[in-house]
Design a protein. Structure first.
Length: 104
C-alpha cells in the first residue's frame, strides 16, 4: 500500500490592485516594508515569503505573501499599510498544501 502524502499547510495571501492604486505604491511602500520587517521580528517564521509579481495584468493578483497559518495571514493583512491605504483593493486568502522537501 502506498504511503499517504504528508502536506505542510500554508496560507497564500493575494493582493489585487487597480491601476490608480498601483500609482501610489512608491508612496506607501516604505511603510509596508517596515511593517513586514516588524511582523517578521514579532512573529518569527510566520511570514515565509512576500513580494509583487513581476508582470502586472489587469484582473490578476499584483502581489503574494505566504504564511504558516491563517491567523498570521489575517493579522498581517489587517494592519498592512497597503491595505489600510487602499493600495490592495481586494485580498484573497487561500489554503495551500506544500509538498514537504528537504527544507520543510
Amino acid at each position: 500500500m502506498a504511503a499517504q502524502p504528508v502536506w505542510v499547510p500554508h496560507v497564500v495571501l493575494l493582493y489585487y490592485s487597480d491601476e490608480a492604486a498601483r500609482t501610489r505604491i512608491p508612496e506607501v511602500f516604505p511603510a509596508h516594508s517596515a511593517y513586514a520587517a516588524k511582523f517578521r521580528i514579532d512573529r518569527p517564521g510566520a511570514l515565509v515569503m512576500i513580494g509583487p509579481f513581476a508582470e502586472t495584468s489587469e484582473g490578476q493578483a499584483a502581489a503574494m505573501s505566504i504564511f504558516t497559518s491563517m491567523e498570521a495571514a489575517e493579522a498581517f493583512a489587517a494592519d498592512d499599510p497597503f491595505v489600510v491605504e487602499g493600495i490592495a483593493t481586494e485580498k484573497i486568502f487561500r489554503s495551500w498544501l506544500v509538498s514537504p522537501g528537504p527544507d520543510l
